[in-house]
Design a protein around this ligand. Structure first.
Ligand SMILES: NC(=O)c1ccc[n+]([C@@H]2O[C@H](COP(=O)([O-])OP(=O)(O)OC[C@H]3O[C@@H](n4cnc5c(N)ncnc54)[C@H](OP(=O)(O)O)[C@@H]3O)[C@@H](O)[C@H]2O)c1
Length: 236
């Protein structure tokens, strides 16, 4: 295993934290970004807000100083939802979700690319959602932002694929988080009935897919969408 310099955006909680912890446990040098600049026990953070180009630049500069070299693996995980029915969705709610989930991921990939090109190695992993390709009522903004990541990864692949850089999308389905735990039991049951695996995923199961895509062994996988959804979407 080659130890890499890894930056996980929004790694202070939820799925991002699980990804950062799994990467660190595997022997990589890991930093997370958090908006507060704080990190959970055992992880190290740089401050960063993905909606702000200068803040992304500052986070990468701090990371490069910490690593003593370029960011080799970037996991664009930071994301938000602002659900609402199409007829009533405000411009602000649409734009805020696109700005964080899609433009935020673009800003990180763009900033990471220079160092990766120089190094002739890079792994860019975008955390999308089953909702990106499957759709979701009340989630036009979220779904559009998450499917946009597919075009982003595939265009990066065509642009930088010859330079040792891969760009892939991981599309989680329902993940065991505080959010899903709070759903009423009958709703949880209905969701689980629609999932071929019959259960929600653990954050660690999402992290395992990211860990593989970041590895040397995954050098020939790029522009792919890897679902971690128990068969809910099956690529749709
Ligand atoms: N949970 C699921 O079931 C599920 C399913 C499919 C896909 N996903 C995707 O997986 C990713 C992580 O989800 P999660 O459930 O772990 O979410 P979460 O617990 O709500 O965490 C979201 C993370 O994103 C960060 N973030 C939000 N806006 C940001 C900004 N402008 N700049 C920097 N960081 C920002 C948050 O930072 P703060 O702590 O500062 O708010 C937090 O660290 C998201 O992209 C989400 O869309 C989740």
């Amino acid at each position: 295993m080659t130890a890499r310099n890894v930056l996980v955006t929004g790694g202070n909680r939820g799925i991002g934290q699980a990804i950062a912890e799994a990467m660190q446990a595997a022997g990589h040098t890991v930093l997370i970004t958090s908006r507060s600049g704080e990190a959970p026990d055992g992880l190290t953070a740089v401050q960063g807000d993905v909606t702000d180009t200068e803040s992304v630049d500052a986070a990468f500069k701090a990371a490069e100083e910490h690593f003593g070299g370029p960011v080799e693996v970037v996991v664009a995980n930071a994301g938000i939802t602002k659900d609402g029915l199409l007829m009533r969705m405000s411009d602000d709610d649409f734009e805020a979700v696109i700005d964080t989930n899609l433009a935020g991921a673009f800003r990180c990939a763009r900033r990471a690319s220079a160092g990766m090109i120089k190094k002739r190695f890079g792994r860019i992993v975008f955390i999308s959602s089953v909702v990106g390709l499957y759709g979701g009522p009340g989630q036009t903004n979220y779904s559009a932002s998450k499917s946009g990541l597919v075009g982003l990864a595939r265009s990066i692949t065509r642009e930088l694929g010859g330079r040792g850089i891969t760009a892939n999308v991981v599309a989680p389905g329902f993940i065991e988080t505080d959010m899903t735990a709070e759903l009423p039991e009958d709703r949880q049951k209905a969701y689980k009935a629609a999932i071929p695996a019959g259960r929600f995923a653990t954050p660690a199961e999402v992290a395992a897919a990211v860990l593989f895509l970041a590895s040397d062994e995954a050098a020939y996988i790029s522009g792919a969408v890897i679902p971690v959804d128990g068969g809910l979407g099956m690529g749709h």
